[in-house]
Design a protein. Sequence first.
Length: 527
Amino acid sequence: MTCTYKHFISIGALCIYAGNIPLSAKRHLTNAMPNVIVIMADDIGYGDLECYGTKSIKTPNVNKLARNGIRFTNAHAVAATSTPSRYALLTGEYPFRKKNTDVAAGNAGMIIRPEQFTAADLFRSKGYATAAIGKWHLGIGDQTAQQDWNAPIPCSPNDLGFDYTYIMAATADRVPCVFIENGIVANYDASAPIEVSYQKNFPGEPTGKNNPELLYNLKPSHGHDMSIVNGISRIGYMKGGGQALWKDENIADSITKHALDFIERHQDSPFFLYLCTNDIHVPRFPHKRFRGKSKMGLRGDAILQFDWTVGQITETLKKLKIDSNTLIILTSDNGPVVDDGYADQAEELLGDHKPSGPFRGAKYSAFEGGTMVPFIVSWPERIHPGKSNALISHIDFIASMACMLDGTIPQNMAPDSYNQWSAWYGMDQTGRPWALEQSANHTISVRAKQWKYIEPNDGGPMITWGPKIETGNSKQSQLFNIEKNKYEEKNIAEQHPDVVKAFSTLIENQKNHTGTVNRNQIPVLDI
Ligand code: NG6
Ligand code: CA
């Protein structure tokens, strides 16, 4: 796709529907080369940040970013868990059409394949330096369970358009508990060769299940009872690692330091940094300087640590005098969860804090709490600060960036990504006509205008493995008027059969859709 000025006229036509945009403003939208930083939080809910209304925690650095940018109030991750959500953002393809995009094990093979076009490829094609730092969770290595962790790993995010990578293969609660830098275990310790299995333990190695006395840092509340690293038991088995093993209390420092180093190295030319924090995923084990600083225990302290990371990034940009020409997008991969498997007192100390804000459900859920996420876009040089209720989806990242950069997405790549740059930029207050959301059991929902629709499915009403979360599942079609009541309570599907039909047809069409879209024309719904 080329988003030339001519194309922009056609976007303008769409925007006229939402309100006229002055020609001069349209010109500003495209042909720009700001530095771009995506700050992807993990499991931070719509209600977890001060600027989204909570009084339970102070997040001054995120507040400042929101004050200087646009705070979106109707922005959606594509999925209610990490792997499919991140897959969608980086590739512009819905995960429900791609195999193996559910929550990945630490030894999953790389899910995005090198021949796929990613957001990093796009930036690189425009001469940007590119980096992925922090939580990855999209697999690494050519094939699942075949990795040799003691040698350079063929097939890493460095094959997906990222020049520099410093990543956790999956999550902090999954082995291997090491950072991987450019496809090689960082701080590799030859005296402690690494072995990983998600099938069986290695002879003689302790586990959380058999050796709870070794869990000196955190104990599981459900699951997470396999290999022990740093006094915390995890999902999966590993052996070795030695000096390379991370200490959970240093993960945020380590991710932040590598991000700051990358920014400093590339301060003189455009860069794209995909910065994924480990906060506030479990095990929540922030550095001691954040301990006890919130009133909500480790979960709250991890939010403070996240806010600190944001402050480190923004202060460094300022110090280097590149803050005004840096576009920052701060968001989260999915909705929040309170107890996600460790006895960290998150439930006991929650008080009246509402991690999902006014929405029903949470991480994993088909209700809005599953995918409604904080979303802040800041670019001091170009974007006027404000608030937007435009309907936004992560799926449009790649096409919207292509518009901004005047870049090209090859045919048949990023098939579900539309150019929504005018909405992300704050010019268009409407955004998409509809957005799709995928829950943990692959139920697809639609948000459009005042509506929220959840397709009928066979899943049970509550998550079964531990977290106390309503799934939003029902054997009946569910339709809510979310403008009237953000909390999805009153199913009015029977009163609106035409709307239900339009949404179920849309979902069917999108499940079967192939081929390249016209980036500037999202199919309109007759509702
Ligand atoms: C679940 C884990 C949970 C978390 C989640 C993925 C158990 C009992 N629960 O299976 O702790 O890791 O997967 O979270 O194992 S995500 O944010 O990376 O999608
Ligand atoms: Ca997550």
